[in-house]
Ligand binder design. Sequence first.
Ligand code: AMP
Ligand code: MG
Length: 454
Amino acid sequence: MSSARRSSKLSSPELPSPLLPSFDEASALVAACATKLARIRPAVERVPLRQALGRVLAEPLRADIDQPPFPRSTRDGFACRAAEASTHRPLTLAGSTRAGQTPSGSLPRGTVWEIMTGAPVPTGADAVIMLEHVEESDTNVKESRAHAAETGSASARTIRLLPPRTVRKGENIVARAAQAREGEELLPIGSSIASAQIALAASCGSTELNVFVKPRVAILSTGDELVPIHSIPGPSQIRNSSSAMLAALVSAAGGDPWILPIARDTAKSLSAALARAAVADLLLITGGVSAGKFDLVEPALIRAGARFHFTGVRIQPGKPLVFGEMSRIVTTKIQKQNSAKRCCCIFGLPGNPVSSAVTFLLFAAPVVAALAGRSAHGPRFALARLTEDVKTKTGLTRFLPAACTFSGPTPEVALVPWQGSGDLAAMARANCFLVVPEDADRLHAGSTVRILLS
Ligand code: AMP
Ligand code: MG
């Protein structure tokens, strides 16, 4: 716990920026907590493969058979001996195999074997030459080939390579077990399951998978001006857009979002909401963490026994971000199983939606991922070419809504015009955030810059 960095938004106005942790320092504190949390394995549940998207593997996926289980042709063409095909002498067609068939014999010397993509290569053959790269002796090629494919019988026709060249051994063949040996680990524990992992599991015959139970992430929006999204806002009210946004972000990070009713800017309402939320693995609070008269989240957290890792970061947007933990109320059997996870991590995210999104991506998403058992935790950064000059002030690391295009040879990024961190329309036009380092007052058009991927 870094008490030296602890701010006192309670007793004094905001701490001067230099006393707050930098972006890197705050990231390191969060990463250290995420690493500790990741050591505690979540409980395990079994789900049908089709419901495994976005889940995290709780046991390694192993190949149940060799992959591929036979030497497989990757082309329609002719299986051959590479050395013989390279001589450019005509080779007699000895047989034919299509996908799903087993070759009726091995490849006799001086012959080729017609083969279709996905079919097993006959023993004796060590290459497949593509259909498009041969000259056949017979003019009635199609008919003769269809007959051979159907019957698997030999034909008197000959083929030769055109143009002549040296055929490489192994050309257009994936050797048996080249992708994986039976029993080999294909995916480790902690792998996130996307479509490719589902395909791989399906190829291993897994109709169900053991995955980690998702961490429960409570989302508590605070503010007297907030109304639920189905309401028509009064003259001074706004809809609670952040809870819905954070639920989507939590799901994407591997958590199970739990939206709590809006809390009011009163000590009583906040304390009641915190008591309710304390059963969660992680609590995301939005609003009420700045230095205003009605920003009462920090005092409420202190009353609830919370300890803070930091209460502000030198970033913009998101400077008032709070990160801490409080004791967790353990209620369910699964929670008891994970008894080491006695704390409920807390992020107090600034109320403006763009600030909430940025601080979630930078700091809360890695914690959700760690609680979910995912092996990769950090925020995702990439490099792009800046298309326009950007002028800012030094002193804070900035994350500004930007649009990155991927149509050219290099990704190109430009800022999206915005009206500050409440501008949801600007955020919806953006697909990333431009990172402006703390010491930069200007980024030049044409330079390579970092972007935070959303
Ligand atoms: P606060 O951090 O509570 O001072 O709020 C900063 C700004 O964000 C204010 O304009 C709030 O109305 C707005 N805001 C706070 N919470 C939400 C929310 N859940 N959804 C949309 N806007 C919000
Ligand atoms: Mg507020």
